[in-house]
Design a protein around this ligand. Sequence first.
Ligand SMILES: [Zn+2]
Length: 415
Amino acid sequence: MADGGLCSFISYLVNLVLFDNGSASNAISAQICKPLGLIFSNKLQMKRQLLQTLTLFVILTSCNNNDKTSKNNKQTDNQTTETQVSVREPNNTENGSIKGNFGGCGYNYTPSENAIDLYEPRPRELSQINSILKFSGLASNFKIYSASIDNAVATIIDNKRYILYDPKLLSYTDIKSGNYWSSMSILAHEIGHHLSGHTITNKGSNPKDELEADKYSGFILYKLGATLSDATNAIRTLGNDVGSTTHPPKSERIKAITQGWNEANQTRYNGAIPPPPNDNVENLCEYTSTMLIDKEYIIADEDNSMYGNPDILYGIITEVDKDITRLKIHIVKSSQSFNEGFRKIDGEDWDVTIDNNNWGGNSEMDHSCSLNFSSFFVPGRRMKFGMVEGYPGCGTSEAGHWHLTYAKAIDGNKF
Ligand SMILES: [Zn+2]
């Protein structure tokens, strides 16, 4: 890692994924790093997801690891008082242990323990880590153990990568914030250290690496569906107001998480579902056809057959155009009546039109709801809705155009 800026960083990530142990494969590094394009066309074609993640990390870190890692290596050379660290991994019958000062990147401070016991990880944390890795597109090549260390740590011992966490700490932050996003962000932060190729010595971390790992956690939490407040909960609970030589103050760390979260928010990713907007669905209008459809068409629908009783669907708005005339909706569930009248479209992404010449209805209330499209139709909105194809009397000219006829915001978990 010490000698090659962008290329060594990329080859480091390639190593991280393709090789089980952490030994840097410099020969491969030299070969694959000549033309950058070669990596993309040969080595990584089969690993499309890895490519996306590499691109992400190039963007996230600008690959400025060169100077930093050289400096860190020098520090390590100068401070050769490292004690021998040995790891005994736990198995089904007995606990494991780490003997010696293992250091590494702790979530909030550098660990200083000289001996700890290791336990098999709980299924909950394993599943959380798997979710994080799924969204980063990388395979796990680190070992995960639970330990009583009141911390979460990314460390490398004997060229093997470890993530150690204290289940009590994760539970504490989750209970305090009332959801599981806090532990998610702590684990994502530690994974971020490994995936960003930070040089982890037993001398602890440095503020720049910490902010990179924080930014990564914000980025990945957005992709997992967390709100900004969810993504910053853990650091607001556990962070220190004053920075140390290894960890920045929490104000800076909140900024870094926010930056990562915003970057993910501004970039379109296939399959990413935006988190719910930060508002109270009870305060939003329930939109009916008179607020969503032009008066002429409502009148043309003499027998009320098109706009009368919508076949209900459930979905999440993933995109809204500038003028709020077109939505992209990820369909979560469609009602039996919709399925029978058309077909089952669960899991599909649909373009739906909003009639911007809408009528506004007869009442003040209807009118004001019509003027409030911009607060309702936002990416991430979970809603119950109705849509019909075409307009009454329009023949086939409107075939394939689906118009919104009903919409009611719902809480994210109530599909
Ligand atoms: Zn850290």
